[in-house]
Design a protein around this ligand. Structure first.
Ligand SMILES: *Cc1c(COP(=O)(O)O)cnc(C)c1O
Length: 407
């Protein structure tokens, strides 16, 4: 298995973790070619996650924009509301196969923690989720759900008390408990073999989409677009089309509010090459290699690193990377809700924003597939506040007075 994607990727970890990564790589090589593992993975994708997800023609939006036909790959219909459950099932099956009874995860927005807690409950594994204290305060609903699923959520009080600090705490735990614990990473990031494994698990999305569009249109799309946080939903859908040069692959990063440091999460705009969190890629970092502050209205895009394979494919000009601002994402959310009856996650709304901009500029004979990485229910509080919904604000206030939250 290749450890690098061009100059990107690799495995830059403390010596102590090398044997664990080798064990994982060797076991994955076996699992990948094991018909029983493949069968089991597929079984749980179908019967637990809800795959295959549909490819929906956005008829009304297409007519409204008057250009290319827009199709939506609706990953939001997965159990727990996003694409993440797919690779979490793959990793949980690996943990079982390797005889590890415990999952360690770290989470920023809580989405990965939620998917990890769900698969742990389903597969009878215990689960510890590290989360910065600041994020715990910001993402209370996901913390509540993780605990309801039986996970232990450990508040991290070091540094900025956000994702970066949670990653460090998770790695410390893994070093101490490597014998019985499986480190479940949330995206196509981290040291080899994680980016490859997570991409492979997510590639089912691309395979489904390719089959679905061929059935519907008898030809491949002209453009496939997906939002990019770490890059797992993008690598998932892109991998179904990557061997066809005529299909343009467009990743969309978070443009935030403007292009100054701290106001966006576009690694391509403001990043540089470095080694952080065990892998080489493009990071938003300062001169000393410290990760910079990032921002996005979409919690899942608010990350300073970029999956190494994404960085590589971008350097080879195989994928193009664009950005959408907070305001454009909110507008895309509004349009998809009103015209198609679908609430996209704010992350996914970035890809929709690109499709909305692009479709009218190209011909009606063209086809765009936009990946809806997740559904928008989780963003209720952020969206209601962004739309300045006074009624929702007073509902929250009244509700806290009306209900019994304390003994
Ligand atoms: C986590 C998340 C993302 C970002 O992660 P990727 O690895 O870039 O896919 C995007 N959309 C949703 C709905 C998410 O939960």
């Amino acid at each position: 298995m290749k450890r690098h994607f061009g100059i990107f990727g690799g495995r830059y970890v403390p010596e102590l973790l090398i044997p664990a990564l080798e064990e994982l790589e060797n076991e994955y090589k076996l699992a990948k070619n094991d018909p029983r593992f493949k069968r089991e993975f597929k079984y749980h994708l179908n019967s637990f996650a809800g795959r295959p997800t549909p490819l929906t023609l956005a008829d009304n939006l297409t007519k409204k924009l008057g250009g290319a036909k827009i199709y939506l790959k609706n990953e939001g219909l997965n159990h727990t509301g996003a694409h993440k459950i797919t690779h979490c099932i793959g990793h949980a099956l690996m943990a079982k196969r390797m005889g590890k009874g415990r999952i360690i995860a770290e989470t920023g927005a809580g989405q990965h923690g939620l998917a990890s807690a769900a698969v742990a409950a389903r597969f009878g594994l215990s689960c510890t989720v590290y989360m910065g204290e600041t994020d715990i305060i910001r993402q209370r609903p996901n913390v509540f759900w993780m605990k309801s699923l039986g996970a232990e959520v450990v508040p991290v009080r070091n540094g900025n008390k956000t994702l970066k600090d949670a990653v460090n705490a998770a790695i410390r735990d893994w070093i101490e408990n490597v014998d019985n614990s499986y480190y479940l990473l949330g995206s196509v990031v981290g040291p080899h073999p994680y980016p490859t494994m997570t991409r492979d698990f997510q590639s089912v999305v691309g395979k489904e989409a390719r089959k679905q569009i061929l059935k519907e249109e008898k030809k491949l799309p002209d453009i496939v677009t997906a939002c990019i946080g770490g890059g797992s939903n993008a690598m998932g859908i892109f991998s179904g089309f990557i061997n066809k040069d005529t299909v343009e692959l467009v990743g969309v990063e978070a443009g935030g509010t403007d292009s100054t440091i701290g106001k966006h999460s576009s690694r391509i705009t403001g990043g540089s090459i470095g080694v952080v969190e065990g892998y080489k890629s493009i990071f938003l970092q300062d001169k000393d290699g410290q990760l910079q502050k990032t921002h996005s209205i979409a919690a899942g895009l608010d990350y300073a690193g970029l999956g190494p394979e994404i960085a590589y494919l971008h350097s080879k000009n195989r994928i193009r990377i664009k950005k959408a601002s907070d305001a454009e994402a909110l507008n895309a959310f509004k349009m998809l809700s009103r015209y198609e009856g679908i609430f996209p996650a704010l992350e996914s709304a970035h890809a929709i924003a690109y499709a909305i901009k692009k479709a009218p500029r190209i011909g009606k004979d063209k086809i765009i597939i936009a990946n809806i990485s997740g559904r928008g229910d989780k963003d209720l509080f952020i969206i209601a506040s962004a739309f300045k919904d006074k009624n929702f604000g007073s509902f929250l206030k009244d509700e806290s007075e009306r209900r019994e939250y304390h003994e």
